[in-house]
Design a protein around this ligand. Sequence first.
Ligand code: AHR
Length: 670
Amino acid sequence: MKLKLFTCALAFAATLSAQAQSHVMEVKTGKPGAAVSPTMYGLFFEDINFAADGGLYAELVKNRSFEFPQAYMGWRVFGNVELKADGPFERCPHYVVLSDPGHRERRTGLQNEGFFGIGIEKGKEYRFSVWAKAPKGDTQIRVQLINENTMEEHQEFVQQKLDVKGSEWKKYELVLKSNRTEPKAQLRIFLSGKNPVALEHVSLFPADTYKGRKNGLRKDLAQALADVHPGVFRFPGGCIVEGTTLDTRYQWKNTIGPVENRPLNKNRWEDTFDYRYYADYYQSYGLGFFEFFQLCEDMGCEPLPVLSVGLACQFQNGLDAHAPMDGLQPFIDDCLDLVEFANGPADSKWGKIRAEMGHPEPFNMKYIGIGNEQWDTPYFDRLKPFVKAMREKYPNIKIVGTSGPDSEGKNFEKGWAAMKELKADLVDEHFYRPENWFLGTPEGNEKERWPNCGALRYDSYDRKGPKVFAGEYACHGKGKKWNHYETSLYEAAFMTGIERNADIVEMATYAPLFAHVDGWQWRPDMIWYDNTRMFKSVSYYVQQMYAMNKGTNTLSLTMDKKPVAGQPGQDGLFASSVFDKTTGEVIIKVVNTSKQQQPVTINLAGMKGERNAETLTLTWNGSMDEENTLDNPEKIVPKKGSLACQAEKKQTVLSDQVPAMSFRIYKVKK
Ligand code: AHR
């Protein structure tokens, strides 16, 4: 009897102590606050890490128009092949002529290596197309998909003949169906007729692209983007907007109209890092501004194009590299003309091109970024005439300026002050920072350097100036600058601060988005792939969890009347809450960055009675350095669950044990 009493007393004490230790949070569910912008969580696309050609853009042939400075880069030519420069496409004039090799046992032809090989999948169809003519009488080519390194008798595993007739340029097409998967195949073309053939714009696409478009996007990658449910899509960069030199900046006007006539551009990421060097990194512009706008429309998000302000990359250049103040008009015109291209009537100069490309309706563009990651007076002085011209002609377009490459410091401060003065609508901030920046726990001299880091960053922002666009950010582990679980979790923790401050933060996009495992220059990245497979990183899932649970209005969530932001005494907990007016759901996000499970009690003030909460949890029991991989793409993914909330006298109460190092979302119908 005595023992029984003692056991009961112990149990009671344990319950009491568990309650005492529980972190009690208050959510004011009856008082929806600031609206969460529908653009809040988005995507930022830049052609870095072979994100466009060799990535999202589904073209499988590299240097399809022989326009690379070394005309045969990506190709191996054999036999009697001549390069010519008077082709049918003015801005891509090169083509090849294959002629008889001079002996019946000799061959003429060419072979393309694709981007780190050509990814071919069993049972799928591939659309081969080429512009061709037979200047000296009808002839024939043989088109093959090959595995050059096979031990089988034949290297080719798919082959078709194509008759080329007539001396005028014509587009020819055939469909190749593969009976095997070859992640690193090549495309080989033999001249099999006696007469010569001229070939231009040699192209191979999977037939099954995203939305089935011919000049389409790789389906798995585009679908992964759509599955985020982004609110905004920023494109085309990043540093490629600026170029290493101005002549290699991204020029949107070169990216529209027929793909065959879009001139090549050198990719600025070709030679940025000599320790990650890819001599063959160019931009075909096959994925251009029309395709970007179309993708935004497909995904139901706002397009945010970023254009050059007349500055070449400031990191890489002195002042003489930039457009002079009296030479800015063409750059300003690019901005004004872009609005007409996106939104103008189908009979306007630029709107007409959009209409001819198959989209007479406007794209309804609302934002424009001017300058990527610029700083100081060279930027501020140049931006001024752009703002003036835009305001005069298109007062409803929101202008996004930038505070430069740093998340704090002299240039950052100057940038914000200048953007306020110029009345930019939003300021694009960039922060690639380590773990303790994201957690808001600076050490030593970091305290001085990072006065405003962590999830409380935006709590003290001036509410009267421009809004914030957190346009590029990612947690870069100290000494571990690659994707791993821990840094993704800290991104989730930081984002509670973005959400709490939705009145000032209008949009946020993680960066970079894509990386080819065989051709990257920068990491971590959100989505990785090879030629046939892809995986979504844990950071991807963090972004998706926020984007799909963004709600419509903020709700106050506090612990001891303070924001839950990993503050002293909060045991590594971060939390935020929103209300979704469309579904009537209260959504609570809790991130536990401590190594222990944490008891949490959430009082849902304004709600009564029992409820069931849906949960979505990202947690991992293995090493914090791990990540999803191509071979194990779903190792770490969010999992659904549910939790009963109790009806207490005053309010509904949600009690939980939040696992160590985890991110959990609760959704409760009001
Ligand atoms: O996201 C990679 C690069 O980081 C971007 O191109 C640039 O804006 C920033 O420096």
